[in-house]
Structure formats: structure tokens, C-alpha cells
Design a protein around this ligand. Structure first.
Ligand code: CTP
Length: 216
């Protein structure tokens, strides 16, 4: 399937939510799946904007990369990159961020054994893109589930009003965080499909075919 003339936005990697100048809250995401999708979309002729959280990966050929750190910065970069034909939210966005950033490093208090951090919800980039006046024709999200995969994935499909949810098949050999292979269970309103386990580049190609075939 060719993506000539199409605009594709992909978000990838983790976000880091700063607590103080020395510490942050992050999550385990290498960004490899999102980068593989961006590379494959560019190979098919799309104009690709890749919004990347803090990752150690080279920029795929022909892709415009925007580096961000926090969920708020990712939200701003993704929505500023609209309009697009397709948005694929493959980033592991932090669901919570510290209510306040401390510009001075937090110090241990003598005699105190606990520390309480006040966290607030981040804005949901995927849901906001799906509800945006410039909504891409196709909005695709990811989900990391360990149990009741179909129940939770279909719940997200409806709640976030997206066209497709790709659930990572956690526990399948070689799939998931930091691995070079991945296995997905993909859900859309009229159906579902299992992809892999296979190298992330291969999974990206099958996923783009699926978006074209099932959602067009
Ligand atoms: N997402 C987002 N913005 C957020 C949080 C998540 O865009 N602030 C996107 C992710 O990029 C991914 C999808 O939403 O495409 C994941 O959905 P989410 O409900 O956050 O999944 P989980 O973090 O697994 O949520 P839960 O812990 O509720 O299962």
C-alpha cells in the first residue's frame, strides 16, 4: 500500500515528568515500535512527523523528528503537527505528572522515612487528537495490558473514540518493552487480528497494511 501524498504523525518512546532538577518519573519504553512505524510509513511515501520522547534511537530516513521530554510537550508537538491523514500514538505517555516542579533538589528530612508526591493526570493526547477539529481520518492507539486484553482494548477504542487499538501481547516470547520483536493484538470495531511475534519492522508493515485494508 502506498502512502504517497499522505501526512502521518507518529508519537513514540516514553515521557519524563520532572520532579526536581535531578529526578523524574518515567516509564519503560524504548521507542522502537513507534520508530519502526515511522520508518515504514516514510518508506511508503508519507510525509512523516515523528514526535519522540527521550530515546536513544537514530532518526529514520526521510522522517521529520521532534524531540520532547514531558507529556505536556508531547501533547503540544502532536497537536501542532496537525492536520494529518493518520495519527499513530505509540508512545508510553505518563498518565500522571508531579503537581509542582521543585526548582530546588528535594532533600531527605532527618527522621522522616517517607516522601509523598502529589501527582495530577496528564492530558490524553490520543483522545484529544481523536476529538480535535482537525481529526485525522485514522487515529490509532496502543495499549499495554496483562489481562482481559480484548475487554480493556475495546473499552479504550470506545472511550477515546479511536479507530484502532493495538494491544501489546505481554508475556508472548520476545515481545514488549525494549525487545526487537513484538506481538500485537489489534482491535477495531468490526474485527481483530493478531500480529507477530516478529521483528518490529515487520509488525509495522503489517499494521500499516491493516490500517489501509480494514479502516478504508
Ligand atoms: N496516551 C496518550 N496520552 C496520555 C496517556 C496515554 O496519548 N496522557 C495514549 C498512548 O499513547 C497509547 C494509549 O493512550 O496510545 C494508551 O492508553 P492508556 O489508557 O493510557 O493505557 P494505559 O496507560 O495502559 O492505561 P490504563 O493504565 O488505564 O490501562
Amino acid at each position: 500500500m502506498s502512502l504517497n501524498g499522505k501526512q502521518v504523525i507518529v508519537s513514540a518512546g516514553p515521557t519524563y515528568e520532572d520532579i526536581d532538577p535531578a529526578r523524574f518519573i518515567g516509564n519503560r519504553s524504548s521507542g522502537k515500535m513507534g520508530f519502526a512505524i515511522a520508518a515504514e510509513a516514510a518508506r511508503r511515501g508519507a510525509a512523516v512527523v515523528l514526535v519522540a520522547g527521550p530515546v536513544h534511537l537514530p532518526t529514520p530516513e526521510g522522517v521529520t523528528r521532534i524531540d520532547v521530554r514531558s507529556a505536556a510537550q508531547m501533547h503540544e508537538a502532536v497537536t501542532s503537527a496537525l492536520p494529518a491523514s493518520i495519527y499513530i500514538g505509540a508512545a508510553a505517555v505518563a498518565d500522571f505528572t508531579p503537581q509542582a516542579f521543585s526548582s530546588a533538589k528535594l532533600k531527605k528530612k532527618p527522621g522522616t522515612e517517607t516522601l509523598t508526591l502529589e501527582l495530577v493526570r496528564t492530558r490524553d493526547i490520543l483522545a484529544d487528537v481523536a476529538a480535535h477539529p482537525l481529526r485525522p481520518k485514522r487515529v490509532v492507539g496502543f495499549a499495554a495490558e496483562t489481562n482481559d486484553i480484548e475487554h480493556y482494548a475495546r473499552g479504550k477504542l470506545q472511550a477515546k473514540r479511536v479507530d484502532m487499538i493495538c494491544a501489546n501481547r505481554v508475556g508472548v516470547t520476545g515481545s514488549g518493552f525494549e525487545a526487537d520483536d513484538n506481538a500485537l493484538h489489534v482491535f477495531w470495531t468490526q474485527g481483530d487480528a493478531t500480529l507477530g511475534p516478529a521483528p518490529k519492522a515487520e509488525v509495522a508493515a503489517v499494521l500499516l497494511d491493516l490500517i489501509d485494508k480494514e479502516l478504508d
